[in-house]
Design a protein around this ligand. Sequence first.
Ligand code: ARG
Length: 579
Amino acid sequence: SVRPLAATVAEAVSRSLSAALPAAAAGIGPLVRRSDHADFQSDVALPSAARLGTPPRAIADTIAGHLNADVIASARVSGPGFVNITVTDRSIWSQVAARADHERVGVGRPLTGERIVIDYSSPNVAKQMHVGHLRTTIIGDALARVLSFLGATVIRQNHLGDWGTQFGMLIQYLDEHPAARQQADADTPIEALDRLYRQARQKFDADADFADRSRSRVVALQSGDPATTAVWAGLVTASQRSFQALYDRLGVLLTPQDVSGESTYNGFLDEVAAELTRLGVAVESEGALCVFSAGSTGPDGKPVPLIVRKSDGGYGYAATDLATLRYRVQTLAATKILYVVDARQAQHFELVFAAARRAGWLPDAVEAIHVPFGTILGADGKPFKTRAGSTIPLAELLDSAVDRARKVLTEKAPDLDADTLEAVAEAAGIGSVKYADLSGSRIKDYAFDVDRMVDFTGDTGVYLQYAHARIRSILRKVPAAAPVVDPGLPLHPAERALALLLDEFARAVTDVAETLEPHRLAGYLYALAQAFTTFYESCPVLKAEDPAVRQNRIALCELTGDTVAQGLDLLGIAAPERI
Ligand code: ARG
């Protein structure tokens, strides 16, 4: 059971301000923010002045004179009526003590009761994951971790691209090329399947008869022909095995149980089309069954249709997403659905959500959100491709980051033994790739530059891992017993800055949940690591002469170490004990 934690210092300040407001201004929420002039600043006097018809400075003076002295050491009025507040050292130390005792470093479970479906990763069978899939996998996983830490029930859904006309082509090709077919068993690596896919595609584009045979093969697959289905199942199994190996290496939470591929919804597509037609949401247009939504127009100004059923009678990506959404609401009982998918699919999701709302499959109470992200570019800022123009296998990218980490570590930490070096290089390389992705605004493109990603001194994953390991190494030198915090000691400015920042951890985590922007947490952790460095440079810990001072500083070290480790874990980044 989790001990309820006293509110943050900022919340205590807010309460004190509210209590000091003149009665007629009751209910005006005081916005308390950190400030360069004092610990906190509030502008509550300004909206209060409008309500009371009194000059804001006069109100600010009244408020400043009525604050709770246990929490607030001094309040100074500045500018048009800002109240600048310095809190007591005692309240800050007491907060450090309370947080150090709390197993979730002060974070509650405000999302208890929510059921959040997160659609992420979702690669395509028989194709290598490309860099875009790296982003959805990393971002989706960080969101899954944060939302479930905050108490939500998270349902991970890997919407595998395991259905569609391309399988007709692939299976027909295998059928006609026995040598190729022998390669394609359940152990076939995805690289080999990817090559097969490209050969099949070439033949499909060049040979009209083969294209026809491929189309009949799709019909065979859709009607459950056993031989065709068996080949298809082999392709899916082999692909999934490769994907899972990559997930395991990346340390993401996805498991085979989270896979619910496009084929899962095949049996519902007729029903979806019939219901949309019956409701008048979908209409025939040029032989196809389409949904038109107000406001969704293409570059030519014409309405863009969501094609539910093509003129040849086949269903595609859109129909499947409609059936999927219906299932997520009706069967998975989602209260919120996140689609962590490339920004280029924005219009697709707009149209799907609009159609589902009109059909009544997406009630007002359920939020469906496309969580888009930008493109990964090469280190030169150009589209990320090999010289030959093909996409770069993800495993290779990860290897390059791990190689770089190994090189840097050999210089930085020459006394690591070979096994530890290997483990730390893997954690640092992968962690840095993840951090580089998560530390920028989602929607922005960024360059995949391993030299910049794996740098011990910048805003990088390995910098944070190193900061964490350094704190653990300090703590290995002190007795295991939990430090006893003495709230009566004066605070050094660097201790104050660190303690107040530690107090903002829960805010940073809930910010991620509200904005779906993991960089809110990444940026917080970076600032925290910097505040720790400043503290450690100006405040001796092990060498502190006064044992009470030493205890308080050890508590700050522990709390910082736990907070950084928890924060990295929420981003899906390993925090090794030693580097
Ligand atoms: N398989 C798709 C792709 O690789 C992504 C699927 C995203 N999820 C969805 N429900 N449409 O682009």
